[in-house]
Design a protein around this ligand. Structure first.
Ligand code: ADP
Ligand code: ASP
Ligand code: MG
Length: 628
């Protein structure tokens, strides 16, 4: 007998009929011989409605009180779902997050799980119940109610599965939602998006953290860390959905598996920052200290000993970011700037590590649509570009009578240029076409079967409980140094659509594999574009860049730098655990090692330093992250 954790999202619990349907699925799994836990979200748009109610009272409601309010949505769902199961003749019991001992930190509205006490859950299961658990909520050490951030019920579901796996049960987690699985992009925005049969944990983690709202990114961290088999599927059918699983060989054949759009970010620029070691540390340590997760970071050397640092933060955190950074900017003699509404489009794929020309293909597609890129950053398996919206958003769409459109979709519809870019990139990588893992069988099964669970002995049980104590701690698995890379930098590139595309097309035609890319916009409408290439290709890449740039604007300067080292810190949850960047930049700053390029993603943070300090930087990062 195994344990199935079934999670039903808000759209799958809209009304009584939906609740009965979810109950039927749970009862069916129980009759098939498994123990069953059902994790539920708030019904339909309840959470959006509760947020709107609070806004009628206060423009900036207290986070603790918001958690008390928002947690009520899930509480309605557990009671109704338990009643529905009982109505079908099965035993069921509903439990809130605090009742099952989900202990979190005290960051209201985006709390992280510290531990889950599995005793109550196991007792209720062993008594023959289908256990119905409220997603999205827990309590802090004072007993105050906390919530995990929008979409957080997915994280509850996978965390509960992980906790019970550590207790020795054979678990599987099913995420029931309103689409058939994970698609190559949001099927509501790109109708020819294709459903995938399987996607790797890392790809899903990047997709989710770059805006694919189908899964809460932190749930994927748990699934990967604790090796939980996970499937996203449709609550209104029995169709097989998408397995989220460890990376398989065939996944590396494709440069891209999906594209994501995020419309809820804001861009911040610090101009005139002194270009000396330790400054980026001060900036990012201040942000991390306030628990602000920074996404795209582009730092340009500028001139006259001054640098420009650009980055994005979640739109809802812009006010806090300003409050944290304004005094520091003044102290550093820098200017704090915010830009208008932006959209971020990211392409993700495990094959990107080895397939050349991915950036070029993406930029060419955007150039062909006349879409200008304000910022570019890359990760190990993703490339993100930032696009400034011109404010010509659609009028609010007419809702289907009786149906409320999710706030996230309303926001996405207003991002006219972002959607246009999303469609163009989806087309450029032919993602609507069938391929292995998306309509065509691949070697091996898609289904993920981890090693069988071991019933822990007394000592193992203690170790398991200790692991549960740091469930959501960041996992930094390795640090690497690459001294085989060189860098090309273009200064003063006119900020016009197509210019980046021309550069990368010239470089790609030479067969050069571009790795890190950072593009930032300086104050006067000119871009600084840096990218790394294999050291052996520097001369070729430089020559091609110089030739193409001369044709764009003879005023642009191009320089090559063979004197660099790239350091990669790999793990999961690297970006959203704000402590990673702080530890990394702090350790380097302490040694006076200057960082000249930074890229962040959920699975990798990379920095460029002087080659002569590479080994020293590697040793100090290994020490900082306690990696042997
Ligand atoms: P739930 O209420 O079940 O939690 P969500 O709204 O959180 O549902 O997630 C499902 C929605 O995610 C879909 O309706 C779809 O519009 C959106 N979505 C965004 N990106 C993707 C993607 N790559 N694949 C599938 N759905 C996606
Ligand atoms: N009800 C919460 C939300 O709407 C949590 C969830 O749906 O996962 O964000
Ligand atoms: Mg969701």
């Amino acid at each position: 007998m195994g344990l199935v954790v079934q999670k039903f999202g808000g759209s799958s619990l809209k009304d009584a009929e939906n609740v009965m349907e979810a109950a039927r699925k749970a009862v069916r799994a129980k009759h098939a011989g498994d123990q069953v836990i059902v994790v539920v979200s708030a019904q339909g748009s309840t959470t959006d409605d509760l947020i709107a109610k609070a806004a009628e009272i206060s423009a900036a409601p207290d986070a603790r009180e918001m958690d008390v309010l928002l947690a009520t949505g899930e509480q309605i769902s557990i009671a109704l779902t338990a009643m529905a199961i009982q109505e079908l003749g099965e035993k069921a019991v509903s439990l809130t997050g605090p009742q099952i001992g989900v202990v979190t930190d005290r960051t209201h509205r985006k709390a992280r799980i510290r531990s889950i006490d599995t005793r109550r859950l196991k007792d209720a299961l062993d008594a023959g119940n289908i256990v119905v658990v409220a997603g999205f909520q827990g309590h802090d050490e004072l007993g105050d109610i906390s919530t995990l951030g929008r979409g957080g019920s997915d994280t509850t579901a996978v965390a509960v599965a992980a906790a019970l796996k550590l207790a020795g049960l054979e678990v599987e987690c099913e995420i029931y939602t309103d689409v058939d699985g994970v698609y190559t992009t949001d099927p509501r925005l790109v109708p020819d998006a294709r459903k995938m049969d399987a996607i790797s944990y890392d790809e899903m983690l990047e997709m989710a953290s770059m805006g694919a709202g189908v899964m809460h990114s932190r749930s994927i961290e748990f699934a990967k860390k604790f090796d939980v088999p996970l499937m996203v599927r449709n609550s209104r059918s029995d169709a097989v959905g998408t397995w989220i699983m460890p990376e398989a060989e065939w996944m590396r054949e494709f440069p891209a598996c999906g594209v994501a759009l995020a419309t809820d970010e804001a861009r911040v620029v610090l101009d005139g920052v002194p270009d000396v070691p330790g400054v980026s540390h001060r900036v990012f340590a201040a942000l991390a200290g306030a628990n602000l997760a920074v996404d795209m970071i582009a730092q340009s050397a500028g001139g006259g000993g001054k640098a420009t640092i650009g980055f994005t933060v979640p739109g809802v955190e812009l006010d806090r970011t300003r409050r944290v950074l304004q005094p520091l900017a003044t102290e550093l003699g820098a200017t704090f700037r915010e830009t208008g509404k932006v959209s971020k489009v990211s392409v993700v794929g495990a094959g990107m590590r080895t397939v050349a020309g991915v950036a070029e293909r993406m930029f060419a597609a955007l150039a062909a649509e006349g879409v200008n890129m304000k910022m570019i950053t890359t990760g190990d398996i993703k490339i993100s570009v930032l696009i400034e919206e011109d404010g010509s958003g659609d009028p609010p769409p007419e809702a289907v009578p009786g149906e409320k459109i999710k706030q996230a979709h309303l926001d996405a519809r207003k991002a006219v240029l972002g959607r246009k870019a999303l469609r163009a990139v989806h087309r450029a990588f032919a993602l609507a076409d069938a391929r292995k893992g998306a309509g065509v069988p691949a070697a091996g099964e898609f289904r993920h079967k981890p090693a069988p669970a071991v019933v822990p002995g007394e000592r193992d049980r203690e170790a398991a409980v200790a692991r549960l104590g740091g469930m959501e701690d960041v996992l930094v698995s390795s640090v690497h140094l690459n001294t085989d890379q060189s860098r090309v930098t273009i200064f003063d590139l006119p900020d016009l659509p197509g210019n980046c595309s021309r550069v990368f097309s010239a470089v790609a035609t030479g067969g050069v594999l571009v790795d890190m890319i950072v593009q930032n916009l300086t104050a006067h409408g000119r871009a600084e574009l840096s990218f790394t290439v294999p050291a052996a290709d520097l001369t070729r890449a430089l020559k091609r860049t110089q030739d193409v740039v001369r044709g764009i604007d003879p005023a642009c300067r191009v320089s090559g730098d063979a004197d660099i080292a790239v350091l990669f810190v790999l793990g999961v949850g690297m970006r959203t655990h704000t402590g990673v960047a702080r530890t990394m930049f702090g350790a380097l700053a302490e040694r006076g090692i200057n960082i000249s390029m930074i890229n962040t993603s959920e699975v990798c943070v990379s920095v460029v330093v002087e080659r002569s300090r590479g080994e020293e930087a590697l040793a100090c990062l290994r020490e900082a992250f306690r990696i042997g």
